[in-house]
Design a binder for this molecule. Structure first.
Ligand code: G6P
Ligand code: MG
Length: 218
């Protein structure tokens, strides 16, 4: 039985994945190496510091910690400029409807995001009131694929992992859900998200009743 839905934020509910990508790409190019959309897949769902480490590895650079902190800040400042201008038009197709449907059907709703900017995004897009619990990058100590963020979400909702469904666009997030013992819905392409229990192109293609049917088959 599904008692709770735990949503990743970037790339699942809102279209911020593109801003992360642009900001990281700008940073890579300023450091003198290219950064492709394919490279970017490795950064999705991964914390800011871990993302920077992957990016530097792609560029073949080793830098002192101090310089890395500056680079992470530089990327974040650019990203914050983008999200400051966000509004509800950047909620992804079907996301709001799905959140409303969950609530109507008595399913609890939590956020499970690695982002330290989650509250800004939720407030700017008007999504905050749809959540019973919000776990973001300011509450966690271990980044996805560690299951911590989703386990904290389940705990806050007082629901056991076996009754939880996680919605994720990142490979690292699907792995985190699996390690938490939760059912996972991949949002995006089946090639990158093949470890998920089910994959849909967007929340627009999913209803709570069809989710219940898939959930019942496992
Ligand atoms: C999400 C995104 C990642 C991002 C991470 C940290 O998981 O998918 O691309 O690196 O959050 O976000 P932040 O806003 O704290 O840099
Ligand atoms: Mg994501």
């Amino acid at each position: 039985e599904i008692k709770a839905c735990l949503f990743d934020l970037d790339g699942v509910l809102v279209d911020t994945a593109k801003y992360h990508y642009i900001a990281w790409k700008e940073l890579a190019e300023s450091l003198g190496f290219p950064f492709t959309e394919r490279d970017n897949e490795r950064l999705k769902g991964v914390s800011r510091v871990a993302s920077l480490n992957i990016l530097l590895e792609i560029g073949g650079l080793t830098l002192p910690e101090e310089e890395k902190t500056q680079l992470a800040d530089r990327k974040n400042n650019r990203y914050v400029e983008y999200i400051a201008k966000m509004d509800s038009s950047e909620i992804l197709p079907g996301a709001l409807e799905f959140l409303k449907e969950c609530r109507e059907q008595g399913i609890k709703v939590a956020l499970g995001s690695a982002s330290k900017n989650a509250m800004t995004i939720l407030n700017n897009t008007g999504l905050t009131p749809y959540f019973d619990a919000i776990i973001d990058g300011t509450h966690t100590s271990a980044a996805k694929p560690d299951p911590e963020v989703f386990l904290l979400g389940a705990q806050a909702l007082e629901v056991l992992p076996e009754h939880c469904v996680v919605f994720e666009d990142a490979e690292a997030g699907i792995e985190a859900a699996t390690r938490a013992g939760m059912f996972s819905v991949g949002i995006g392409s089946p090639e990158t998200l093949n470890a998920a229990n089910i994959v849909v192109p967007s929340l627009q293609q999913l209803s709570v009743s069809s989710l219940r049917e898939s959930f019942a088959t496992i």
